[in-house]
Write a protein that binds this ligand. Structure first.
Ligand code: SAM
Length: 426
């Protein structure tokens, strides 16, 4: 028999199937979005997790067993990922998985597992995966650095497809048109990239291109988190999540982190949800970089304030219904001494009010608007997890929305839209 050294590529249907992930660190943060998007029932076993992974557990996207791995955890699993930074634990997970004949990825030593994660990406309804052609680690002379090579090839294919050349070729099979694969170049400084509301297809082309050139990516919980799974393995991902009333990375620490990595010669992408300058503290990050003499590129993003209502079918303005749309932060209740919002003036508007970060204060906001003159029958929509698979839309009026939203278990992140435009939703 000839020696076989080639992996077999397969597409797993993980919908509603138990997948056990051991380890809740940054590697898990990079792998989890694609597993969740595939519909897997993810069980995370780990004493700790990054804030973003904790956020996934809080949002009930996965079940988190907050303890160390123990034998038996893999019972009933279809697929297993050993992602801890403890080689002994990873080895034990692989051993149990192998005993049970469950394929298992081992992050710290790809050759010691029984499966590996290809460099993958989603493009226009296609799933693209590139994997090393070797099951064993190659020496540098025979094609080492395979992980970087496969990610580069995947990026090249993606760039080619995004350039439109792929579409042209598909439409015209005889076409001889070819586009050179884009070469990644090292850029200086920091890019503040607005990632849009969460759907990876709603980032701008420039934002996505710069993300593909990053040495370091500093991420939030909101925004196109699935794109983290596309990053080359050598890209450092830093979690700057701020959980509502939970763990958070202080803004000063985020600013310092951007400056430090940029001064070390890295190209840093600060990937933010929505638009960097809409309640995104992007200007503070820009000021910190400018003070350190670091060049900054700002890439605007599609703000959730606009995109989320639109995706839910709600136009922010509509002829004869709303001639204004005001975007307001609801993180402080009306009357709070530090609030800069004039709720009395807002109550006199006839147009649309879009409230971000307002779920916690929904009842008092509705009350303040009614007390100051807005009709209690004014339609209200609360759109949670807009653009994401778990999107949930709750509809009521200023009089009823607080009770309805509580009953529906609405939680952050959500956009509240107040005004007649809500009734335009088909
Ligand atoms: C700190 S603000 C950041 C806003 C962001 N810079 C933007 O332009 O979308 C976070 C708030 O944005 C809203 N938000 C962001 N993404 C959302 C989404 N996918 N669905 C619903 N609301 C979202 C929520 O109100 C959330 O509390």
């Amino acid at each position: 028999m000839p020696q076989v050294d080639t992996p077999y590529l397969a597409g797993l249907d993980l919908r509603d199937r138990r997948v056990v992930v051991v380890g809740g660190g940054i590697v898990a943060q990079r792998r989890l979005p694609n597993l969740l998007d595939a519909g897997a029932l993810v069980e995370l076993v780990s004493p700790e997790a990054t804030p973003a992974v904790e956020g996934m557990a809080q949002a009930e996207e996965l079940r988190w067993h907050q303890r160390r791995y123990r034998e038996g955890d893999l019972d009933g699993a279809w697929y297993v990922l050993a992602l801890t930074n403890d080689a002994e634990v990873n080895a034990a997970v692989v051993a149990e998985a192998t005993g049970r004949r469950i394929f298992c990825v081992r992050a710290d030593d790809g050759t010691a597992g029984t499966a590996s994660t290809p460099a993958s990406a989603e493009w226009n309804g296609l799933r693209i995966a590139v994997a090393s052609g070797h099951l064993t680690r190659r020496s540098p002379t025979s094609g080492g650095r395979d992980p970087i090579r496969v990610a580069s090839v995947r990026d090249g294919v993606l760039d080619w497809l995004r350039s439109g050349a792929g579409e042209r070729l598909l439409n015209h099979p005889d076409s001889r048109s070819r586009t050179a694969l884009t070469e990644s170049t090292t850029l200086p400084g920091v890019a503040l990239v607005g990632g849009g509301p969460g759907d990876p297809e709603l980032i701008t082309v420039r934002g996505r291109r710069l993300l593909g050139q990053a040495d370091v990516v500093v991420v939030d919980r909101l925004g196109p988190r699935a794109l983290l799974g596309e990053l080359a393995p050598n890209v450092e991902v830093i979690d700057a999540t701020k959980l509502p009333r939970g763990r958070f990375m202080a803004q000063e620490a985020i600013n310092a982190c951007l400056v430090e990595h940029a001064l070390a010669g890295k190209f840093v992408v600060r990937l933010k949800g929505g638009d960097p300058y809409v309640f995104g503290r992007g200007s503070e990050e820009l000021e910190a970089c400018a003070a350190a003499g670091i060049p900054v590129t700002v890439v605007p993003g599609l703000s959730s304030a606009i995109a989320v209502p639109a995706l839910a079918g709600i136009p922010l303005t509509h002829r004869g219904v709303a001639h204004e749309a005001v975007i307001v932060s609801g993180h402080l209740p009306p009357g709070h001494p530090e609030s800069l919002v004039d709720w009395t003036a807002l109550a006199r508007l006839s147009g649309t009010i879009v409230v971000l970060m307002g779920v916690q204060n929904l009842g008092v906001i509705a009350l303040a608007l009614r007390k100051n003159g807005r009709d209690g029958e004014t339609p209200v929509a609360v759109v949670q997890d807009g653009s994401m698979p778990a999107e949930k839309i709750t509809i009521g009026t200023l009089d009823s929305i607080d009770d309805i939203a509580q009953e529906a278990g609405v939680r952050a992140p959500a956009i509240i839209v107040i005004g007649g435009v809500v009734a335009q939703r088909p």
